[in-house]
Design a protein around this ligand. Structure first.
Ligand code: CUA
Length: 323
């Protein structure tokens, strides 16, 4: 292949690379997202056919000898190409699009989780369980369920592109979204409605597990927080209570019962910290506690700049250990 031709393939491959991955509507891992991806391809094909046909006709009539075009043929081209063909094609596409709407219905499925959009993170409550998590939603594969959605103060939009369409979240009003994951994996979700200064930093992970693995995870998550395993972590636990962290955060099984911030009972076992922006290792906890405001502008938690390096490391070790 010529070098010039190869160069043309570079932007194309970059473009196609954007169609796969953990946050792509075109790489569906759920029934509802598959229906939407099919809709996209059908509408795209319809648009391409229409574009080619109309431009082909246009090209044809500008090339032929004007005198060879009878009035009758001209009228046929205008009416057929300009009215009849687009009418039937667009009507067909509309009927197809309307026909898939019932598939997006909830069908009376029970709700597994309630997700609340906070400033700027996601509170995740498992409805029939004592479990409250944050920024991570675990779901069993091949199980149709409903996610109840709400918001604390601002309007957000809940979107896991690989699993389903998006749904707005309002303060004081409940909306619902059906999901039916079909592939085990970790998918990225993102707030899709501008909600304030940290909107772009408001993401989360949807973790789809085999049904057995989900049951095991649920059982583990039901347990109270585990005791600190090392001296450093025990020291961190003391600092946690001295600094009053429990006023905003809950750690089930301890005195910490705060509701303002994320529940930390199993925070060390989550995939991310700060709503999808940091890992959950000790250094990330230290970094977060010291620089909350610069890592996530607008976050309610103040930075704990007065804490010494040793105290921060101990706190980090305690939180990392809350698996
Ligand atoms: Cu929450 Cu944008």
């Amino acid at each position: 292949m010529k070098r010039g031709a190869l160069l043309h393939l570079v932007p194309l491959s970059l473009l196609l690379a954007g169609c796969t991955g953990t946050q792509s509507v075109l790489d569906p891992a759920g029934k509802d997202a598959s229906v939407l991806a099919d809709l996209f391809w059908v509408l795209l094909m319809g648009a391409v056919v229409l574009w080619l046909a109309i431009n082909g006709l246009f090209f044809y009539v500008t090339r032929i000898e004007p005198r060879s075009l009878s009035r009758r043929l001209a009228e046929t081209l205008v009416i057929g190409g300009g009215i009849v063909f687009p009418f039937f094609l667009l009507s067909g596409l509309l009927i197809y699009a309307l026909s898939i709407m019932p598939d997006q219905k909830l069908e009376g499925t029970g709700a597994l989780v309630r997700v609340t959009g906070e400033q700027w993170w996601w509170r995740v409550e498992y409805i029939t369980e004592p479990i409250v998590a944050a920024n991570e939603i675990r779901l069993p594969v091949d199980h149709r369920t409903e996610i109840k959605l709400g918001a604390d103060k601002f309007i957000h939009s809940f979107w896991i592109p690989a699993l389903a369409g998006k749904m707005d979240m309002f303060p004081g009003r409940e909306t619902r979204l059906a999901v039916e994951p079909s592939k085990v994996g970790v998918y990225r979700g993102q707030c899709a409605e501008f909600c304030g200064e940290a909107h772009a930093l408001m993401s989360f992970q949807a973790v789809v597990l085999e049904q057995d693995d989900f049951a095991v995870w649920l059982e583990k998550e039901r347990q109270d927080a585990i005791e600190p395993a090392t001296d450093l972590a025990r020291q961190g636990e003391e600092i946690f209570f001295e600094e009053g962290c429990g006023a905003c955060h809950a750690v089930r099984g301890t005195e910490a019962r705060g509701q303002t911030g994320p529940d930390l009972t199993h925070v060390g076992g989550r995939l991310s910290l700060g709503a999808g922006i940091l890992p959950t290792d000790r250094d990330a906890f230290v970094d977060w506690i010291r620089h909350t405001k610069s890592i996530k502008p607008g976050v309610k938690m103040p930075p704990y700049v007065h804490l010494s390096e040793d105290k921060l490391l101990a706190l980090g070790a305690y939180l990392e250990g809350l698996k």
